[in-house]
Design a protein around this ligand. Sequence first.
Ligand SMILES: C[S@@+](CC[C@H](N)C(=O)[O-])C[C@H]1O[C@@H](n2cnc3c(N)ncnc32)[C@H](O)[C@@H]1O
Length: 713
Amino acid sequence: MAVAVSAPGLPVTADKAAADAPLTTKGLKPKRFTKEELLQTHQTYLKTQDDSPNAPRPVKQPILSEAYPASTKSIRDLEIIPLSELHPETHHRGKGIIVKAVSPPFVGAGAVSVVEDEFGNADKLAIYNQPDSSILSGVPEGCVIAVKEPYYKNNGAERDFIICVDHPSDVILLRFTDPIIPEPLRLGPLLKTAEDWKKAGDHAFIEKDFPTAVFCYTEAIEASEDDAFKAPIFTKRAGVNLILGRYDAAKSDALASRTGGPQDWKAYYNAGRAAYGLCSYAESNTLLSKALELNPSHDGIQKEHARCAARLREEETGSYDFPEMLASLAPNHVHLDRGSFLSNTRVGPSEHHGRGLFATRDIKAGEIVFVEKATLMPNQYDPSRASAALYALMVRQLCENPSLNSQVLGMHHGTYERSGLEGTVVDGVPVVDVFLLEAIRTTNCFSAPRSTVADTRATRVEGRMAKGLWVHAAAMNHSCVPNTMRSFVGDVLISRATRDIKAGDELFHQYVPVKSLPDVRAQQQREGWGFACDCDLCTTEKRCSEGGLARRKELLAAVEKLCNKKLPGRELIPDASIRAVDKLTKQLEEAHEASIYVEGVPRLTLIYPCNWLVGAHRGRKNHAKVVKYALKVLRNFGFRVPDESEVWDPRDLYSQSGNTALMSLHVVKALRRLGEAYEALGHKEMAERSLEAAELGYTMVTGFKNELAVMDR
Ligand SMILES: C[S@@+](CC[C@H](N)C(=O)[O-])C[C@H]1O[C@@H](n2cnc3c(N)ncnc32)[C@H](O)[C@@H]1O
């Protein structure tokens, strides 16, 4: 299940100041301020606050080395302590505080308020990571709050401390009637009757203050015993929750609004829309069918029902109009309304690591393995903000739609130790551990261009990648010579087979494009994901001598220096340069141990110089040499390619090479150059077959059939 999300509209930056707070303050006696002193300082901050809706909204991203677990206890099981008993740099396990906000909040990376306890002690409270749909994202003055197992953290200056709430479920907004509120903090409800609360909810709704509307409707429902009074309020609250993207709550509210009469079509309609928002299309279809039975001529239900049927068809058939999806992309439209086609694959235990993804049927090279809509992907392609935006979206969605927890929390989380209680509902909210979510994010997220096909163009925009979570795809382990390739159209991930796959085979993809030198590759995998790759290529290259590796490194560096790390463009390369690169390339070839680099084992360090030579000879219209070096590119990627003198069919490239061949855009480019050169040499049939092979390869790379000329634009 994915959640159909809209991107958070506001820009996101990392909270540097919070990250730099000193940690050497344990044992210091905190300076206690009076309420008046705190309010005075707070006022000066409030004056600097940018209240405009487009003001930058920083995200305090967690630092995993400072991780602490979310509280899993109910506030009712904790010992309530006064603010004066908070100790510096301490997580007060087994304890809780109950305070009232006595100031409006200063909203930056979090909401900072001045709070007071029942004894008149005052302090500062910083609440981070609250979803926008929660009243606590804005902490209204006068509300009473419980903080579970509070963390009293240095606030930057010496002896200055603040109550810091990172985990959104560690703080609870108490209802005014809650008996746990101590007498001195009790105002009594401002509104007395259920009708009053309903009217207040309606007023907040008209003002577009949706979190407050939900709060008031909740009070109205709680204050009434009359089912007939409550049913329309459930309907209203369902509507507001739909607007807020709180689909779980919207669905249960909609179903709670049923009265057993013909008007229940509305309940099923709203519940069906909420299930659609959760991408639970089968459930949505059932609910919308019930709505249609009760109100067959309703236009809205018919439309939703048809939309849902289209998603179910995609899920079942894997048939998509990819060009249309591509054409529909726009800067503000990257979340595509599509179902995920996953039935060719299943998640199961892997001999390489934990869970893996496996084929459930034979899949031919070039065919779709699966298509998955992102579980979560913000529309944020600014590289400096993409990670923070995904993290913020994960926190928000897991708070707002607890049903997501079962998918997301099952993902690999590296070395972060979890309590196992994350996602369970305590004090009415799901336990959300932000450090766990960050560990999951870093281990499982993918970078995605707005579309891979545009990313293969000559004019592509470098580095413009959003980050997202695709829960199904994230079950795939890495191989440096994988049997699938992923590509993107908006938030839809397309996985295609790069060679013939048998039912039961484990599926792999590359986490990042692999480095040609095995030690550099190993370091990247160790530091990025904490594993040592045991794919066929890495296992083979482990047998290489240190001397051989050092020699290849040295020669590769020499070629790169000579060519300035660039591939030839349209310029004419001097003969002397070509001869020099050719000579180094031969030496590099010879530096590969023949007993290790047998046919079919990629020689990745040779890709760059061979590609360079293809370009250089192409510029000089030396077609025979282009054929020679293009074939070398393919061979060095591990494809079984004969000598340039032999007759062969490039279309067999993908299915008849071994399990160590590595597919990439460079393979497509080499095939293209090969085709052009064959054409120039008068080998028409070979030219056509090469271009056919290039087109199939480009389908694997870009996710669907595209003209090769797209690359030149
Ligand atoms: C996105 S998860 C992949 C799914 C994971 N196996 C699971 O159980 O959920 C990424 C993690 O899987 C592990 N992993 C992936 N590929 C691997 C491989 N080839 N060998 C060993 N571990 C691997 C690493 O620990 C990595 O951090």
